[in-house]
Design a protein around this ligand. Structure first.
Ligand code: ASP
Length: 323
């Protein structure tokens, strides 16, 4: 009898909790620096989710470092109450293979809320690089072997994965310069402190448009239509057979977040992803909002598991790990 009473009391607390959620500001943890490509998506998303969340403030918390694992770990260990969420990208699928000792489990430490967008990447160089197009870039790389500095957002980040694949495809080793996100890497690229980077279009398109960096190619399988990127060739067209890196973002809550709360966040996410202004902003940055199917938590989980299976052999073949 006592057990039944306890169970009923716990259940009614949960119902009451879900009824009043959200009643205070929510934070979306971004595991990279402010002003970078994932931060950009998070800030647009936070704005678009505010209204469907009943007008509650949604703040972005940049817990940057270690290629995105510090922020992910923060959310894995946060209270499962729906007030701390994580926006992360393809790193959720590459980290389990790339990083030997990640302090959390991608598949079991999170509630999957739904996916957000797909984002291609761009090969960009410092403004003073003598190469003016992709062909010239490959010549320049050939002439500067052993001297090229490649920026990235740390082991496990999208720029790390893309840079790694590019070096493998060309058979050239570059010196990696890791940052806490590609926002500070971009500052150094513009300043000429590093030579080269592969970064998400949500960070590069505005810099390319402003002619602050040189752009050489996109990593999507098809050319892009975004004005700033539409003249760039794909790496496949430039002869790198099968080269495609399109990263994606998804929203997560700590494991154990009540199902009703996850459902409320998912409902707000769906409203945000249908918001014309949000869609326009994403398109302007070369990103594409996911299909209705991939907005569903179960699909999100299935997709990440498939991406882990897809990338694991690629990373193992490249033989790059970090502790
Ligand atoms: N998404 C990272 C950032 O926001 C960059 C990366 O993963 O390469 O800085």
């Amino acid at each position: 009898m006592k057990k039944l009473f306890t169970a009923l009391a716990a259940a009614s607390t949960l119902v009451a909790f879900a009824d009043t959620y959200p009643s205070k500001p929510i934070s979306i943890v971004v595991p990279f620096s402010a002003g970078g490509p994932t931060d950009r998506v998070a800030r647009d998303l936070a704005e678009a989710m505010r209204k469907p969340m009943g007008g509650i403030s949604i703040l972005v918390d940049n817990a940057a470092g270690a290629g995105g694992s510090i922020g992910a770990n923060k959310v894995a260990k946060a209270a499962p109450d729906g007030y701390t969420l994580l926006l992360h990208h393809i790193g959720m699928a590459t980290m389990p293979t790339l990083v030997r000792n990640i302090p959390f489990k991608v598949e079991s430490d999170f509630e999957y809320v739904g996916m957000v967008n797909d984002v291609p990447m761009t090969l960009i160089g410092r403004p003073s690089l003598p190469a003016k197009n992709y062909k010239e870039l490959t010549v320049w790389i050939g002439q500067n072997k052993g001297k090229i500095n490649l920026g990235n957002a740390g082991v496990g980040s999208a720029s790390h994965l893309c840079g790694l694949m590019f070096q493998n495809a060309l058979g050239v080793d570059m010196t990696t310069v890791p940052y806490k996100g590609t926002a500070p890497a971009m500052t150094d690229l513009i300043g000429g402190q590093i030579d080269f980077m592969c970064d998400q279009t949500t960070n590069t398109s505005t810099q390319i448009e402003a002619k602050k960096v040189q752009a050489y190619a996109v990593t999507s399988s098809k050319p892009l239509t975004t004005p700033a990127l539409k003249d760039l060739p794909t790496l496949q067209d430039m002869g790198l057979k099968g080269f495609e890196v399109t990263i994606w973002h998804g929203l997560y809550a700590p494991k154990g977040t009540p199902a009703d709360v996850v459902a409320k966040i998912n409902a707000a996410l769906k409203v945000a992803l249908k918001d014309a202004d949000f869609i326009k902003k994403q398109e302007g940055l070369g990103a594409v909002v996911v299909s209705d199917k991939r907005m569903e938590p179960a699909e999100h989980k299935k997709f990440v598991a498939a991406e882990i299976a897809k990338w694991s052999p690629v990373i193992k073949a490249a033989g790059v790990y970090a502790d």
